[in-house]
Design a protein around this ligand. Sequence first.
Ligand code: COA
Length: 176
Amino acid sequence: MTTIKEQAKTHGCHDTTPTIAVYPGTFDPITNGHVDIIKRALRLFDRVVVAVAINSKKTPLFSLDERITLISTCFTNNKRVQVESTSGLIVDYAMNKKACAIVRGLRAVSDFDYELQLALMNRKLERKVETVFLMTGFRWIYISSSIIKDAARHGGDIGGVVPAHVLHALQKKYSG
Ligand code: COA
């Protein structure tokens, strides 16, 4: 898949600085909706750094290392995706990574208020980093990590909304 910058190059526009975006989230666990956002962000940026961040309001089911492994497994053959953890401010992390943008996915109107607040606070903290919103793919609009965990906990069929290795990891967590 070619990035927009690569397409621009074919039209004679040359810029050798790689464009980097940070995609932060809790990813407890990664879902097909997150994978979709990452793949689409790769069309806009040369590299995407998936930052497994700490949300103080959440108590994750998967450890930090488990979440990183589950995300990395989705992109084992893609050198343009890097997966790391971060514990401080996301804008500081983005600046450290020389990223020009923070990518966030929007699912529904209900996401908007919180995302607007987050984006405005991040902009107040660091104006050099833009927030870029991508609309979540229609097929993934209704899912969230919590809803998927809840369905899995009660033995529901969650095939098709998470990658196969994530499905196995969830079944393992809830089987014993
Ligand atoms: N498809 C499916 N689900 C999606 C989705 C998509 N495309 N995009 C978001 N979601 C779901 C997630 O699964 C998650 O579900 P859950 O609440 O059931 O776990 C929910 O939407 C939103 O979570 P997520 O996008 O993972 O982010 P978050 O709200 O947990 O993360 C941080 C917020 C980590 C990015 C934010 O707290 C942060 O930046 N922390 C670092 C400290 C900082 O800089 N704070 C900001 C300064 S004010």
